[in-house]
Design a protein around this ligand. Structure first.
Ligand SMILES: [Zn+2]
Length: 232
């Protein structure tokens, strides 16, 4: 099994969550020469209120939208796990799938949804965050976790930091003042999700959110994360 090292791995529950969560920061990282890989856990086939769209058509559309957005941002590769929408569970099999990818891509930085956001929070977001966190520590690190991965040549790997989006406990604000417009354009690639929102309204909503997150900083617009540095 060949490894394909990247600097950053973004694990997103649905197509479009990563654009809301981290796209502005992704653009900045790409401009610094970092290589980014997206892992999209579900096919997003329940993300519509239009009864005329069949789930399987929606899944295809959303993959195309995700690829368009990722290309725009400069993401190197998008991996689709194609699990059914609204069906993620914290299982050994799902965890192993993420561990396999961590060991294959060997990122310094992981980005995902905060599993500890309270109350109304999409179950797929909660599960994705939890499984990713557990995959980083201890499973990707430990020699004797999933010995079959070792036999495939996927050796233990230590991730250095995790960024959680959608957090109630922001401890890291990332400057997206210069990259906001690219984030907005990437979000607009997800037409099945944001196509019904008037263009100006979407921009204003997003601008307001990122302006509030930048309060107290010496820049205008921020994405907010709970960042955990892992001391090994
Ligand atoms: Zn989502």
């Amino acid at each position: 099994m060949k490894t394909k090292p990247a600097h950053v791995m973004v694990v997103t529950p649905h197509p479009d969550d990563a654009e809301y969560g981290v796209a502005g920061t992704v653009v900045r990282w790409v401009s610094q020469g970092k290589e980014i890989v997206y892992v999209v856990c579900t096919n997003g086939d329940k993300g519509t209120s239009d009864a005329s769209i069949k789930p399987e058509e929606l899944a295809t559309t959303r993959e195309e939208e995700q690829i368009a957005a990722a290309n725009l941002l400069g993401v190197r590769e998008v991996i689709f796990l194609r699990r059914p929408d609204q069906s993620l569970e914290d299982t050994p099999e799902f965890r192993k799938e993420i561990v396999r990818l961590i060991r294959m891509y060997r990122p310094e930085t992981m980005v995902t949804a905060d599993p500890y956001r309270r109350y109304v929070w999409h179950r797929d977001h909660r599960i994705t965050g939890q499984v990713t966190l557990d995959a980083v520590f201890p499973y990707a690190r430990d020699l004797h976790s999933y010995p079959e991965l070792m036999r495939e040549g996927l050796y233990p790997h230590k991730v250095k930091e995790i960024f959680f989006w959608g957090t109630e406990d922001v401890n890291y604000r990332s400057d997206i003042s210069e990259t906001f417009h690219v984030k907005l354009t990437a979000l607009r690639c997800h037409k099945s999700q944001v196509g019904h929102i008037p263009a100006q309204e979407l921009e204003e909503r997003l601008n307001e959110r990122h302006r509030l997150l930048a309060e107290g900083e010496d820049f205008q617009l921020a994405e907010g994360f709970h960042r955990v540095e892992i001391v090994w």
